[in-house]
Write a protein that binds this ligand. Structure first.
Ligand code: PMV
Length: 328
């Protein structure tokens, strides 16, 4: 086995195209990785030293020195990731290109990038790829459990596998081949959303009104099945309608917000085929379907600019991405 002193790795963020929240209750959701994510560099420390993570302005250690650091989510997630498998003492410097709480899988991308950097420290000849992949997944899951409470695992699956896929808790990720690559605008409401809090709020709604939750989850599941076919067929009109319908169902689960509704309405008025929140909601991000990436470039670029300008005029930022069936 060749040991390295330092190793760097990356992982992608994601958008959930259809099916968030219902996926927590065992139904399928469709997600796609995006070409923005997280990066991590791991460096070996002297044996026995506490392992340290630097993330932006934050520094956390597996041996916290202050009581406030002990209860901190980042510190607990870091310790859980390190404890998930045997590992030398390390320091890790991590960065993310996604807004935290943006619904774009920032924390999962960080967890996977860090876990990959740790794995890459051991250029392991004696460990099979399967074991290495399992260790990375276990570390990322330990990190995500602290951040998300009861994660379906869809964010970690996007960061681990990339591409576009259909996901269930029971079966994991199954790759989805798109009929056409899609151009999406992703808009940031400016307000971080807590996945943990939003998942809990849907669970509480379910306790108060079980029939409402059951009907919504069932309707979202039916819509995801339709979306799978529309994605495979490259039916952009159909996909736009399904995005709008999914947004109505999410609003019924009380996970929309004024900013989300304003951004979806603005995108539709600017020519998007459809729009919805992506991720947990309550804040975070929205997606708007600009069109098939194969449409004539000028018309597509003009529509995209309209959507992004509309958001900017209303005080929201955004960017555009192309979703491919498989990672390039
Ligand atoms: O906000 P995000 O990107 O973590 O997405 C959460 C998606 C949910 O379905 C609401 C929760 C989950 O764990 O799947």
């Amino acid at each position: 086995m060749t040991a390295r002193e330092r190793a760097t790795a990356s992982a992608r963020g994601k958008v959930i195209l259809f099916g968030e929240h219902a996926v927590v209750y065992g139904e399928p959701a469709i997600a796609a990785s995006i070409a923005r994510g997280a990066h991590a560099t791991a460096t070996r420390l002297a044996d026995g030293a506490p392992s340290v993570l630097y993330l932006g302005e934050r520094r956390v250690s597996t041996a916290p020195s202050t009581p406030s650091e002990l209860g901190d989510d980042l510190q607990r997630a870091w310790s859980a990731l390190i404890a998930a498998a045997p590992c030398p003492s390390v320091d890790v410097v991590a960065t993310a290109e996604l807004p935290p709480g943006g619904g774009l899988g920032c924390s999962a991308a960080l967890g996977v990038a860090i876990a990959r950097a740790l794995a890459a420290l051991d250029d392991a000849d004696d460990v099979g790829d399967v074991d290495e992949a399992a260790t990375i997944a276990a570390r990322a899951a330990a990190w995500e459990r602290v951040h998300h409470g009861n994660p379906s695992g869809i964010d970690a699956a996007a960061a681990l596998h990339g591409g576009c896929f259909i996901y269930t808790r029971a079966a994991g990720a199954r790759p989805l081949r798109l009929g056409v690559p899609l151009r999406l605008a992703i808009g940031w409401t400016g307000t971080a959303s807590s996945t943990h809090a939003m998942v809990d709020s849907v669970a509480r709604l379910g306790e108060r009104r079980p029939a409402v939750l059951a009907r919504s989850v069932e309707a979202i599941a039916a819509l995801v099945r339709g979306a799978e076919h529309a994605l495979q067929a490259g039916d952009v009109d159909g996909l736009g309608k399904l995005l709008d319908l999914n947004q109505i169902l999410l609003a019924g689960l009380m996970v929309s917000s004024e900013a989300i509704e304003a951004m979806c309405a603005s995108a539709r008025q600017s020519g998007a085929y459809g729009a919805k929140l992506t991720g947990a909601g309550g804040g975070g991000s929205v997606i708007a379907l600009i069109g098939a990436a194969t449409e004539p470039a000028e018309a597509l670029a003009e529509r995209e600019q309209h959507v992004l300008d509309g958001w900017q005029q209303a005080g929201f930022s955004g960017f555009a991405v192309t979703i491919e069936g498989l990672d390039p």
